[in-house]
Ligand binder design. Sequence first.
Ligand SMILES: NC(=O)c1ccc[n+]([C@@H]2O[C@H](COP(=O)([O-])OP(=O)(O)OC[C@H]3O[C@@H](n4cnc5c(N)ncnc54)[C@H](OP(=O)(O)O)[C@@H]3O)[C@@H](O)[C@H]2O)c1
Length: 348
Amino acid sequence: MASICAMRVALIGFGTVGQSLVNVLHEKEAYLKKEYGLNIELVAVSDIMKGSVMDDDGLDKVELLKLVAETGSIGAYPKGVKGLSSVETIRRSEADVVIEVAWTNLETGEPGITHIKEALRSEKHVVTSNKGPIALAYKELMNLADENNVKLLYECTVMSGTPVISMASNGLAGNRVKAFKGILNGTTNYILTKMSEGESYGSALKEAQRLGYAEAEPSADVEGWDAVGKTVILANTLMSAGLSPNMVERKGITEVTSEDVENAEDNGGVIKLIAQAWMEEERVKAKVSPELIEFDDPLANVTGAMNALTLTTEGLGDVTIIGKGAGGVETAHGILSDLLAIHRANLG
Ligand SMILES: NC(=O)c1ccc[n+]([C@@H]2O[C@H](COP(=O)([O-])OP(=O)(O)OC[C@H]3O[C@@H](n4cnc5c(N)ncnc54)[C@H](OP(=O)(O)O)[C@@H]3O)[C@@H](O)[C@H]2O)c1
């Protein structure tokens, strides 16, 4: 059997995604060793409220999950260095990779930007699902990664584990992306789907909140901010656009009425919140807005909380990928796929 490589990871943020990832890494331990020759060791977890523990000899994943489930904290973990802040953890741990899964902030990018800079400066690879830093500081962070000879991967920032970024940069390599349009926000797609079934905006929003798709304060989704963040990430990654969120034209779904939805059907389509970018006079333009999508467009059939993206490419024409855009397990698998990409690059 081929030799097993060890990869030490430090986890910043131990919420839904962080816990799902630790569970997936535990459940797939034998499979990852057998299929990829990789042993992923968790050497630190740091969360602002749930506590922090670091042990370069490795942490017990099951014990951490049990503690957080039973007590809401990892403070009682029996070994290791306790109580370090996220920044101290990043600096002091001997991790090869920092996994940044703390809160998203699309106005400041913090605390994610600080976490990612600290990790890159200490020559640790970074995998993140946090949109804020990638939407707001893409160029600076990628330059920092290059200067320190490490990778910064962020598959899960758009469509969670559905591999849009790796599909474009690996599978479609050499095949320029000329434009894209997609449904990148599951909450608004769920609300619009319910409206097309006859519900009002208000009751569809309430239902989305009850199911946990929408926050109690839903403006990031319904006003289009979340989709703007993802549009910027895609445009900068796939089209070298150099955009920031304030350069994206934005209109959310709060003004879409039941009448608009009915009229759309009469006009041969459905209303979707569309995130798009295209070339105009040598520059990339981008916008997020409710649009009429004709019934024969693959995006018209993407219902509920699903996401989808159509890339218009030079050599293949339109390529559409449809998949889940949220969920702890789904996002954990996107992070795992980034970790495996780092492993493959290390094997060289
Ligand atoms: N959930 C999804 O489906 C999904 C999909 C794609 C991307 N994402 C992104 O992935 C990230 C994690 O999502 P999530 O659903 O796991 O969110 P979550 O459940 O709110 O977890 C985030 C965790 O980060 C912790 N945290 C916040 N600031 C911190 C800091 N300075 N240092 C250390 N820990 C800190 C929070 O602490 P406390 O709560 O303990 O205070 C919380 O436990 C977010 O950026 C999100 O946008 C999520």
